[in-house]
Design a protein around this ligand. Sequence first.
Ligand SMILES: Nc1ncnc2c1ncn2[C@@H]1O[C@H](COP(=O)(O)OP(=O)(O)O)[C@@H](O)[C@H]1O
Ligand SMILES: [Mg+2]
Length: 273
Amino acid sequence: MDVTQTAAVAPATPVEERRPLVEMRDIRVSFGGVHAVDGVSVDLYPGEVVGLVGGNGAGKSTLIRTLSGARPADSGQILVNGEPVTIHNPRDARAYGIETIYQTLALADNLDAAANLFLGRELRTRTGALDDVAMEAATRGVISRLNPRFKNFKVPVKSLSGGQRQSVAIARAVHFDARILIMDEPTAALGPAETAQVRDLITQLKREGLGIFLISHDIHDVFDLADRISVMLQGKLVGTVDKDAVTKDEVLGMIIMGKLPGALTSQEEEQLH
Ligand SMILES: Nc1ncnc2c1ncn2[C@@H]1O[C@H](COP(=O)(O)OP(=O)(O)O)[C@@H](O)[C@H]1O
Ligand SMILES: [Mg+2]
């Protein structure tokens, strides 16, 4: 047995560190008669990426919006670090260290990275003037740590690539102590090179111990990055699996047929190839 390999896959983490960052229990959200989220439970540990996958309309965004504070659940419970919490709006979520990276990124296009990082939370000198030096230094520190290739600190973010813009948005969250990141289809609008940049970012965030919910309708987007994969279909959780224990085809079976690996008939397996 290759001991090094085993250690890398299953670190001997003390039990108290294995407390989930987030536990969502029996979450329900309806729109009129539509059960968009129908009794779903998922959790997230520090340093972990949970891929939340399922076809369009499966309920992924609605589920995760109850955590980001965009729309409260009709029922169910959310725990952060083991404590039950009430999240009515994005500000509540942020107070629990939960940040959402929206596809639109919510950046101010005409401002540079530092101005975006500190937008609405500017650093000031003792005389009350904007402390541009401190803000730029902090910005360089956090962005360089997350994305060493990032060099364009002095230009408006509108001239940055999509991957670099994500770096700025994520740096903002990390600088203000986010521990839990929600990324809903983060690479949907990006080309291959930029997607690679976002993947590197996510890997670095994991290393720093953040927990990440990575949402996608496409299993190929998240398979390599995810530690565990939770699959939704028609508002329900099909199941949560360890990435290392499943094949992409088995996850596809969960997404399309709503069946756990092992429950597929050989005919159904054929259909997935
Ligand atoms: N604001 C809304 N009003 C009414 N129905 C909605 C709303 N948001 C989502 N839905 C419905 O809830 C279901 C789940 O949608 P969504 O959570 O966006 O799925 P996913 O993110 O998996 O594609 C869909 O049937 C969708 O039409
Ligand atoms: Mg969605």
